[in-house]
Design a protein around this ligand. Structure first.
Ligand SMILES: [Zn+2]
Length: 404
């Protein structure tokens, strides 16, 4: 027992030294002082601390690009699990992996973390069969307008192309990063290169790692060197969208050495494969992303700075069409592509599970929700931004502790 304790202590000390070393090295690589990203217990808003109400200290917004509410709530669509309509490479294997008799079994198999953890301990909006509608309000029903809407709190008609360029609007991520309590504790990890523009890196100064061509430090660990080599030598299926698995590893490295309080994670595989007409790969990507979210959740829960202090919001930027062909597509002319879904889990989220028979919620409500969960009133700066989701309504307006 004593030997075990000594061994545990030795491991702890080694881990601490390793963390300090890695943190110092990555700080040099990018902005921020040593342990600059660590959560400081002294910055808990006073009133929240006293009332013991608001427990969230960090928020992670995770987006699975273009994953339909139909797959999320009904599970895989049997009509698309073939070669003709779903472009499946191995129909037998696909059906073995994802074909289940009921929607409940299908969705549980497709996204086990979402259904056994988020939808049990948190809330999920958007099951239209049960009177819950979640929608985008931008009318465009494609990515840049959707990411702009969810991160700024309102649609912007000017943004009518994915190649729009630097975002003229300030996202809630930039807004929080400008607050002393959150400065240099905001980070963006995403597969799609366009996030450099969506978060306007030149103006915002946000820490953004997106796309294939990332800046790498001079000195790399063997693991980082391997990841860099894979980024540089892998054949690009999409020139502007890296594989989810690459972004995940880059993100895990960062989480291990920094402790961001506000994090954006953008996975792109679900949209890429749908455009290619490969339904089998859409399902595989959704399933893998669900595992990535689980990995992220468990990794963060194992760290004291995050344990029972982090809220995840999981959503999509747009829906898609329906039927045997239109599931591949989405834009302003595709019926149903405005429908999305939103899941939330965290210490301040009541475990209401699958929301039923409630008023419509919108993508634009996500921005103020992120801020409210961190004790901040995003709408104080821009009242045009949509209200937070019901989960965070109690910390809005006069209930929100004043920003320092
Ligand atoms: Zn798309």
């Amino acid at each position: 027992m004593k030997a075990r304790l000594a061994a545990s202590l030795a491991i702890l000390v080694t881990l601490f030294l390793l963390t300090a070393y890695l943190s110092a090295r990555i700080s040099r690589e990018k902005t921020g002082p040593l342990f600059g990203g660590m959560i400081d217990p002294h910055v808990v808003p006073a009133s929240a601390k006293e009332s013991g109400e608001l427990k969230t200290r960090a928020v992670v917004l995770i987006v699975l690009d273009g994953l339909r509410w139909q797959e999320v709530f009904d599970g895989p669509d049997h009509a698309l699990m073939d070669e003709k309509h779903g472009g499946a490479q191995d129909v037998k294997q696909l059906r073995k992996d994802f074909w289940r008799d009921t929607p409940a079994e299908g969705r549980q198999t497709l996204m086990p973390f979402l259904w056994s953890v988020v939808a049990k301990q948190g809330e999920i909006y958007g099951n239209q069969h049960k009177g819950s509608i979640a929608q985008v309000t931008n009318g465009m029903k494609f990515s840049y307008p959707g990411y702009n809407e969810m991160t700024t709190g309102q649609p912007d008609k000017r943004i009518d192309s994915n190649e729009y360029g630097p975002n003229p609007n300030t996202t809630v991520f930039e807004w929080l990063n400008n607050e002393p309590d959150f400065h240099d504790q905001v980070a963006v990890f995403a597969t799609w290169n366009a996030f450099n523009d969506i978060f306007n890196v030149k103006r915002s100064g946000l820490f953004v790692r997106a796309g294939w061509d990332l800046p790498w430090a001079q000195q790399l660990t063997p693991r980082e060197q391997l990841l860099k080599t894979l980024y540089e030598t892998t054949t690009r299926v999409e020139d502007d969208d890296v594989f989810d698995s690459f972004t995940q590893q880059d993100l895990l490295d960062y989480i291990g050495t920094h402790s961001p309080r506000v994090l954006f994670v953008g996975y792109g595989g679900t949209d890429d494969w749908a455009h290619e007409g490969k339904y089998d790969l859409v399902l595989q990507a959704a399933h893998q992303d669900d595992q990535f979210i689980s990995e992220l959740w468990n990794t963060m829960q194992s760290v004291p700075a995050y344990h029972d202090k982090v809220t995840f919001i999981v959503t999509t930027d747009h829906g898609r069409g329906s039927g045997l062909e239109q599931w591949k597509n989405h834009d302003r002319d595709i019926d149903g592509a405005e429908n999305i879904w939103i899941g939330i889990i965290g210490p301040d989220t009541p475990p209401l599970g699958e929301m039923t028979n409630i008023p419509r919620v919108t993508q634009s409500q996500i921005a103020a929700t992120i801020a409210a969960l961190l004790g901040q009133d995003y709408r104080a700066t821009d009242p045009r931004a949509a209200l937070p989701l019901p989960v965070a309504r109690r910390w809005t307006g006069s209930n929100i502790p004043p920003a320092k």
